[in-house]
Design a protein around this ligand. Structure first.
Ligand SMILES: *[C@@H]1O[C@H](CO)[C@@H](O)[C@H](O)[C@H]1NC(C)=O
Length: 473
């Protein structure tokens, strides 16, 4: 009984979690390598700030007896990270391994023995074989932006060789092995917290993800992460919402995002894939905003065209128009009737749009007299391109079919208007739409990112952009 009552809740939770992302971003090993390259420079600077605390101790050294020593002002003078690698740890994160790093330190020493003898000088320390292994977890924060944190870290130093300057050499040779060990431990303790600071420094950069990208005065695109990244052996996949919204009014699109998955690809640093959900949500938003409509007037039709928006042109096909409205100019309202539907198929993006075209005669006093309403079913294909972190497109008409909605001028053969409507779509409506589409739609981006070696492919159910990136500043 209890189980039965819970079932709807379980189903609801399952539905909420199965919401598919509209956009996926894949970071490949090549992308990780580039990220590592950027990160190592800042990690190097961070590790140079390592401060070895002053330390002191007592050791019994035969035959002198107790020797009190202290080491102060130990600081890094040189540091190198010649070997590092970055690897994905499926399910948990990214592992950074640094090996054979070296550090040169300088500081001061002081000893006291046989109750009253004091000595002091400087010392150089050569640290070799420093290894650091750091696991970085990447999660989605509360706002859907990526966040890196340190998941596990270990550091070890295989040798620290101390060279004393000044003082009695016989003495410090006797106890230098104690100091070597103490220094090694002190350094090992310093390394992980410094690496953790470097990871924390990544976050301001990661938080520059444009989770709400403004498009124009009507629309914005949400690129927040819908779940934490999926980390598998070849790549990290980020799942982003990828949904257009009317600005300030986030109403969910009335259709679900389809599931899609990326093919194994690794020649570019990142792959950005959009399912048809993203452009379809755009259609929903612009239709909601009431902007998928336009008036076509005769002055918009090129002068070279023999077809005019006048009762004499239309009267040639529909004689009633020439008789009842002689010598008048016309106006046509073309308006989307449903949300346009975008489909991705290999190498082809098509948009099916259903519109109405309402024709009016313009009376000498400006009054519009309706003549007829046509239903226009059209299919366009779209060529997509990427520039400046924007996805632009350009549509061309594939096919169009007309049916009569309403006539105010009696019966006529609708198909006789096919050519006129094609001219209006091709010469006026589509070029106007293309001006908008050419402005482009912002892609998800981090900070000052530049795309290079970019290519775009249309696959079954999604569009995929493969690209390398460069960060400038
Ligand atoms: C405008 O002219 C038309 C046709 O002559 C007429 O039917 C209509 O009443 C006029 N409208 C106005 C506001 O004058």
């Amino acid at each position: 009984m209890f189980l039965l009552k819970c079932l709807p809740l379980v189903a609801l939770i399952a539905a909420a979690f199965s919401a598919n992302p509209g956009v996926k971003i894949r970071l490949t090993q090549k992308g990780l390598e580039y990220g590592k390259q950027l990160g190592m420079a800042s990690l190097l600077e961070k590790l140079k700030t390592a401060q070895i605390p002053d330390f002191s101790g007592k050791e019994r050294v035969s035959p002198i007896g107790k020797v009190q020593y202290s080491l102060t002002n130990i600081h890094v003078v040189n540091l190198g990270l010649p070997q590092s690698s970055i690897n994905l740890v499926p399910g948990s994160g990214v592992q950074l391994s640094i090996s054979n790093a070296f550090i040169s330190l300088r500081g001061n020493w002081r000893v006291k023995y046989l109750r009253f003898i004091k000595d002091s000088g400087s010392l150089d320390v050569n640290v070799n074989g420093l290894s650091i292994s750091q696991t970085i977890a990447i999660k989605s924060d509360a706002t859907g932006k990526p966040e890196a944190s340190s998941a596990a870290c270990s550091a070890s130093v295989s040798s620290a060789k101390v060279k004393f300057h000044g003082g009695a050499s016989w003495l410090y040779n006797l106890f230098s092995k104690f100091i070597d060990k103490a220094l090694r431990k002190a350094l090992e303790k310093q390394m992980c917290p410094l690496v953790a600071k470097s990871i924390a420094d990544l976050n301001p950069r990661l938080k520059t993800l444009n989770v709400l990208a403004k498009v124009d005065k009507y629309a914005e695109i949400e690129y927040s992460m819908v779940s934490s990244p999926q980390i598998s052996q070849p790549a990290i996949d980020l799942n982003l919402k990828g949904e257009f919204y009317n600005i300030g009014r986030h109403q969910e699109a009335p259709f679900p995002a389809p599931a899609f998955s990326l093919p194994a690809q690794s020649s570019n640093m990142i792959y950005i894939a959009l399912s048809s959900f993203t452009p379809n949500s755009a259609g929903f938003v612009y239709n909601n905003a009431g902007v998928l409509s336009m008036y076509v007037t005769d002055d918009m039709i090129p002068r070279s065209s023999p077809i005019r928006l006048s009762t004499s042109t239309f009267g040639f096909f529909i004689p009633q128009i020439a008789q009842r409205f002689p010598g008048l100019m016309m106006k046509m309202l073309v308006k989307a009737d449903k949300n346009p539907v975008v489909k991705f198929q290999p190498n082809v993006m098509t948009v099916d749009a259903t519109a109405t075209a309402t024709a009016y005669a313009i009376q000498p006093n400006g009054t519009l007299s309706p003549l007829f309403v046509l239903n226009v079913d059209s299919s366009v294909s779209s060529q997509m391109s990427v520039s400046d972190l924007k996805l632009a497109s350009r549509i061309t008409l594939n096919k169009m079919s007309l049916s009569l909605g309403t006539s105010y001028v009696g019966d006529f053969k609708v198909n006789s208007l096919d050519n006129i409507l094609q001219v209006i779509l091709k010469l006026v409506v589509i070029p106007t739409v293309n001006v908008q589409l050419s402005k482009g739609y912002p892609l998800p981006a981090l900070g000052k990112m530049k795309l290079v070696n970019t290519q775009l492919q249309i696959m079954q159910d999604y569009l995929m952009i493969g690209t390398d990136v460069q960060f400038t500043g």
